[in-house]
Design a binder for this molecule. Structure first.
Ligand code: URA
Length: 444
C-alpha cells in the first residue's frame, strides 16, 4: 500500500476502507508518512468528505494509537460527557455529582484550560488539598465506592489525533465535520466510556456558527458512536454569551455549589439538567428524558446532589468547608467594577473576548507553562436582554493588582458588550437533540 495512491483515491472522491485508513494513521503516527502527505489527505477529506464507515474507521484508528483506558472493573454503564468548549462552561462539576447521586458511575478524565476556555481540572484545583493524580486502582475504587472521580487526562490518549490536529491547525483543515467528529470521538472512545453525551455549542463563541452546522457535526458524532457500539446523544446549545455569571476558577466552583443547591443561574441549571438527563437515560436509570429530569430535579431539591459533591471533594483530598464558607476558597484582594458608558439593552456579549479577558487577569493560560491564579476572574452583572443605564456595572473584575493591565482588561470587557435600544428577542439556550433516531428541535 502507498500513501500517494490513497490520497489520490480520496482526492477523486473514492471511499477508503478500514485497512487503508489504519495504514495511513499508523504510518503517520510512526513518522513513516510525512506531514506533507497527511496535509494533502486532510485537504482531500476537507473537500470530499467521508462516509460514516470511513469516519468510524478513522476514529478507531486514532483511538487505538495510544493508551486505551479499561473501565471494565467499574460496575454499571459508564457514561461520559464532552463539551465542544465554551466560556464559563462549568457543567462537569454539576453534572458529575448530579448523575453519580442516582447511582450512575462517572469515571471522568478532564483537561486543563488553554487560551480563552477554562479546564475542569484547573477549577477543581482551586479547592485546598484537592488532587487529580490518582492511580488507576484508586480511580476505579473511588468510582465503585462513590460513583464519581475526576482525574487529569492521560498524556497518551489518541496521540495520532494530537499530531493530526496540530497539522490541521496550520493547513486550514480544522473545520471539516468528519475530521472534527473523529477527533472528538477518538479521545472519548480511548477514555473507555460505554455511552457518551455530547454538548455541542453553536453561535458566535463556538466552532459551529449555525444550528444546522452544529446538528451536522452532532449527527456525525452520534453515527460514529453507533458504528463503534457506544450509544451517543448530543444536545445542541447556544453559545452566544458565557454560561452562567462567573468566569475564572474559584468563582466558577462557587457558582457550581449554588447550582447544586438549586440556586444557580437559569441557563447553567437548564443545560446541566438536560445533559445529565440524557446521561441518566443512557445509563439505564430512567426510561425517558422527562422521567430523568424529574429524578434529577429531586436530587437538587433534596440536597443529594450537593452531598455527593462534598463526598467527591473529600475523597480526592479536598477541604469541603468552602461549601458553607466561600472565604475558604482563594479570594482576589481587589474588585473593580466595569461601568457602562451606554444605556439600552444588552444585545450580545462576545464570549471569547470575556474568556480572553479572564485569561489576561491570570485565570487562564496563554501558554501551556503559565501558572494560574485561582482567585481572579470575572463576574457578569449584565447578560443578553438585560436593561442597562449609564454608570451601571456590566461586570466585576476580581483582580490581584490594580494596574495598567486591569485598566486594559476593563476596556476590552466593555467592548465585548453591544447594546440596542430595543430588547432583543429571547433566544432559547437549548436548540436541539441528536440521537440515533434523528434530530429533534426543542422549538418544534
Ligand atoms: N476539538 C477537538 O478535539 N478536535 C477538533 O478537531 C476540534 C475541536
Amino acid at each position: 500500500m502507498r500513501a500517494v495512491d490513497l490520497i489520490h483515491k480520496k482526492r477523486d472522491g473514492g471511499e477508503l476502507n478500514s485497512e487503508e485508513i489504519a495504514f495511513l494513521i499508523n504510518g503517520y503516527s510512526k513518522g513513516d508518512i510525512p506531514d506533507y502527505q497527511m496535509s494533502a489527505l486532510a485537504m482531500s477529506i476537507f473537500f470530499k468528505g467521508m462516509t460514516s464507515a470511513e469516519t468510524a474507521a478513522l476514529t478507531l484508528a486514532m483511538a487505538g494509537s495510544g493508551d486505551q483506558v479499561d473501565l471494565s472493573p467499574i460496575n454499571g454503564i459508564k457514561v461520559d460527557k464532552h463539551s465542544t468548549g465554551g466560556v464559563g462552561d462549568k457543567t462537569t462539576l454539576i453534572i458529575g455529582p448530579l448523575v453519580a447521586s442516582v447511582g450512575i458511575p462517572v469515571a471522568k478524565m478532564s483537561g486543563r484550560g488553554l487560551g480563552h476556555t477554562g479546564g475542569t481540572i484547573d477549577k477543581m484545583e482551586s479547592i485546598a488539598g484537592f488532587h487529580t493524580e490518582l492511580s488507576r486502582e484508586d480511580f476505579i475504587k473511588q468510582v465503585n465506592d462513590i460513583h464519581l472521580s475526576v482525574i487529569g487526562q492521560s498524556g497518551n490518549l489518541a496521540p495520532a489525533d494530537k499530531k493530526l490536529y496540530a497539522l490541521r491547525d496550520v493547513t486550514s483543515t480544522v473545520d471539516s465535520i468528519p475530521l472534527i467528529a473523529s477527533s472528538v470521538m477518538s479521545k472519548k472512545i480511548a477514555a473507555g466510556a460505554d455511552a457518551i453525551v455530547l454538548d455541542v455549542k453553536t453561535g458566535s463563541g463556538a466552532f459551529m456558527k449555525t444550528v444546522e452546522h452544529a446538528e451536522k457535526l452532532a449527527s456525525a458524532m452520534v453515527s460514529i458512536g453507533s458504528e463503534v457500539g457506544r450509544q451517543t446523544a448530543a444536545v445542541i446549545s447556544d453559545m452566544d454569551q458565557p454560561l452562567g455569571y462567573s468566569i475564572g476558577n474559584a468563582i466558577e466552583v462557587l457558582e457550581c455549589v449554588d447550582t447544586l443547591r438549586g440556586q444557580g443561574p437559569e441557563d447553567l441549571t437548564e443545560l446541566s439538567l438536560a445533559l445529565a438527563a440524557h446521561m441518566v437515560v443512557l445509563g439505564g436509570k430512567a426510561s425517558s428524558f422527562d422521567e430523568a429530569m424529574t429524578l434529577l430535579r429531586k436530587q437538587l431539591d433534596n440536597g443529594e446532589a450537593l452531598a455527593k459533591f462534598r463526598e467527591f471533594i473529600v475523597a480526592q483530598g479536598g477541604d469541603d468547608s468552602f461549601v458553607d464558607d466561600a472565604s475558604k476558597l482563594p479570594t482576589a484582594p481587589y474588585t473593580v467594577e466595569v461601568l457602562s458608558t451606554e444605556s439600552g439593552f444588552v444585545q450580545a456579549i462576545e464570549a471569547e473576548e470575556l474568556g480572553l479577558s479572564a485569561m489576561l487577569l491570570g485565570a487562564g493560560r496563554a501558554t501551556k507553562e503559565a501558572v494560574i491564579d485561582y482567585a481572579v476572574g470575572i463576574t457578569l452583572r449584565k447578560k443578553v436582554g438585560d436593561a442597562v443605564n449609564v454608570g451601571e456595572s456590566l461586570v466585576t473584575l476580581h483582580v490581584r493588582e490594580q494596574n495598567e493591565n486591569t485598566a486594559a482588561v476593563a476596556e476590552r470587557v466593555k467592548r465585548a458588550y453591544t447594546f440596542n435600544q430595543e430588547k432583543p428577542s429571547e433566544r432559547p439556550l437549548l436548540l436541539s437533540v441528536v440521537t440515533v433516531d434523528g434530530i429533534t428541535r426543542y422549538s418544534e
